[in-house]
Write a protein that binds this ligand. Structure first.
Ligand SMILES: [Zn+2]
Length: 607
């Protein structure tokens, strides 16, 4: 029998269970029916979700019978008296005679439906519900993921994105930041790693085509393609993603980086790039004392706002501004050259780097606020490294009239003792803030987890009463465990399980038929995924069990990189599946560490 406490992820805050299985019919003879009272786009989606999921789990197509299941919205319901300050509360009561699912508003009616459908269970064609009562509400107002634009997610179709939003909304995620532009140095296959996911109509030259290769399982050969553009760019469907998210109570937020992580703009428009010590345009970095820089940035922001955000009623924008430092491999003309993003023109060269950053962000924030943006997310790292996240800076933002719209996005992916470079005690709530833990990374790398990091970040965010917790993520279903653990930390810090407790509950909810074995297998998988973010203690895998063909090596130009990443193909008896590996260059004999994880995106597009 399924019990209430162990079944729902994220775990509800208040649960009373009576350990009673209530039979509501069988597949051939259903004895239940549905009623709903409420309205709104999200409520309609809640009803659809309830009926669809019930049908999938029970195979009952046309339910009819005495047992009444009601979904409704009622903010004045007495069940909410004890949690009046919680805007997103819902309750579920399951008795012998009926089940009631009630949301404070339509958004939480959706979550009531999500939780309820996790409770249905069948045994020998009989359909049951566990009796009991749930009163539930989230710890954080904003719960979400930043979905990185990078190798892999650039192939995602609109349907893939919709499926991703379905999947994440069922974990009560309500915030998704979508990377629309991001870049790194020369990486995969020696190509420039730049990803622009939307066409900017005013500047059609802004494109990020790249060459790809993959092993086709169907064709049994390598396939090479040139000048492939991101699927979202070609289909221009970012607006459709936002609209779909709204139905699922998810705010889809645009992310577009500049200063750091932007090689495209200064290369396409050298006249806005940082001037070097010889007075030449460096084609990297930005001059922030150049009117043309703001003209182009504002044009891009405005187009995103007017074409995608405003028509969908979205007023949030992440502008990044992280990792603005010297890097190698960003100048296409000279890949080995280390270039500074900071300008050395007459107007810029005597300014402090912190001042340049602050002046730029205030100017951008003022523009975005004037365009109606109410939430402007900015990464904390550069401001933190210049020791600027203090009262003086808060006062400056107030004087400039942008304090109310700026949200500091505090990110750190390390384990507890190394969180925020050992400065976790300096993280503060002088500003509107969210925290950004890490749910995993796979881009031509060994899939990883940093689940201790999620706990540590949630603890800080709870202590400082942050608005939200939004993970740094690469979308990939193999991170189901990480995503669900994150969802639990984002939803319920009041009765949060420890790692061990969550592990047991996850095993039971995901693999109820063989929970014990599943739990052991999970331990193995997680120990493989435990990367540099926790203790490095990789299990060894015998290479005799599989034949391995290394098919490519990244050409990361950062010479300090400790590990080179390999994507490899494992040829098993039945099939060929891409697996990912890491080659440690520290070890004299080069140890290849492998993880056999079927990679849905690669498999899908590699066939
Ligand atoms: Zn300058």
């Amino acid at each position: 029998m399924i019990d209430l406490i162990n079944t729902i992820i994220p775990r509800p805050v208040h649960i009373k269970e009576n350990k009673k299985a209530i039979r509501i019919g069988s597949i051939s003879s259903p004895m239940f029916r549905f009623e709903h009272t409420g309205k709104g786009v999200v409520f309609n989606e809640a009803v659809r979700y309830l009926l669809k999921t019930f049908e999938e789990k029970t195979s009952v197509v046309a339910p009819c019978g005495k047992y009444l299941i009601t979904l409704k919205i009622d903010a004045s319901d007495s069940n909410f008296t004890t949690c009046k300050d919680k805007k997103e509360a819902y309750y579920i009561v399951i008795t012998d005679k009926n089940a009631t699912l009630c949301g404070f508003d339509e958004a939480v009616a959706y979550y009531a439906a999500v939780s309820f459908t996790q409770l249905i269970f069948t045994e020998d064609s009989e359909i049951f519900l566990p009796g009991g009562y749930i009163l539930d509400y989230p710890s954080f107002e904003k719960r979400g993921h930043y979905l990185e634009c990078r190798y892999g997610s650039d192939f995602m179709t609109l349907e893939d994105w919709e499926n991703a939003l379905d999947y994440l909304s069922a974990m009560k995620i309500n915030t998704i930041m979508v990377g629309l532009y991001g870049c790194w140095s020369r990486q995969y296959d020696g190509e420039f790693a730049e990803y622009l996911y939307i066409p900017i109509k005013k500047y059609p030259k802004l494109q990020t085509p790249r060459n790809i290769k993959y092993y086709s399982v169907d064709q049994r050969k390598w396939v090479y393609k040139k000048n492939v553009l991101p699927t979202m760019f070609e289909g221009d469907f970012f607006s459709e993603i936002i609209a779909y998210g709204k139905k699922k109570n998810i705010e889809v937020i645009a992310f577009f980086n500049s200063l750091g992580h932007n090689t495209l703009l200064p290369r396409v428009f050298p006249e806005i790039s940082a001037v070097d010590e010889h007075g030449e345009y460096s084609k990297t970095g930005f001059c922030t004392n150049n009117g043309k820089t703001y003209e182009i940035m504002f044009d891009i922001y405005d187009e995103i706002i007017e074409r995608y955000l405003k028509p969908n009623g979205i007023y949030s924008f992440e502008i990044g501004l992280d990792e603005i430092w010297k890097v190698v491999g960003v100048n296409k003309d000279d890949l080995q050259k280390e270039t500074s993003p900071f300008c050395k023109c007459e107007k810029c060269r005597d300014k402090e780097q912190g001042d340049i950053l602050v002046e730029y962000l205030i100017r951008i924030a003022k523009h975005l606020k004037q365009k109606g943006i109410k939430n402007i997310y900015i990464y904390h790292d550069m401001l933190f490294s210049y020791n600027l996240l203090n009262k003086q800076f808060a006062d400056r933002l107030k004087r400039e009239g942008v304090y109310d719209v700026i949200i500091i996005d505090w990110w750190s992916y390390a384990r507890k003792e190394k969180l925020f470079e050992g400065r976790a005690n300096e993280v503060n709530n002088l500003f509107r803030s969210i925290i950004k833990p890490f749910t995993g990374y796979y881009h031509w790398n060994m899939p990883t987890h940093a689940n201790e990091n999620i706990y540590s970040c949630a603890e800080i965010a709870k202590h400082l009463d942050f608005e939200g917790i939004v993970a740094y993520s690469s979308f990939e279903y193999c991170y189901d465990y990480n995503y669900k653990l994150f969802a639990e930390c984002a939803w319920n810090t009041e009765t949060l399980d420890d790692n061990k407790g969550f592990h047991a509950r996850y095993s039971l909810s995901a693999f109820p038929e063989d929970c014990t074995n599943a739990s052991e297998e999970l331990n193995t998988a997680l120990s493989f995924m435990e990367g540099r973010y926790t203790k490095i203690n990789q299990p060894k895998l015998s290479l005799n069990t599989i034949q391995v063909a290394i098919y490519s090596k990244t050409q990361n130009t950062r010479r300090t990189t400790r590990q080179s990443n390999f994507a490899v193909c494992a040829m098993t008896k039945k099939n060929i599946c891409p697996i990912l590996g890491t080659l440690s260059t520290k070890h004299p004999r080069y140890i290849i560490i492998l993880i056999v994880l079927i990679h849905p995106i690669f498999v899908k597009y590699g066939s």
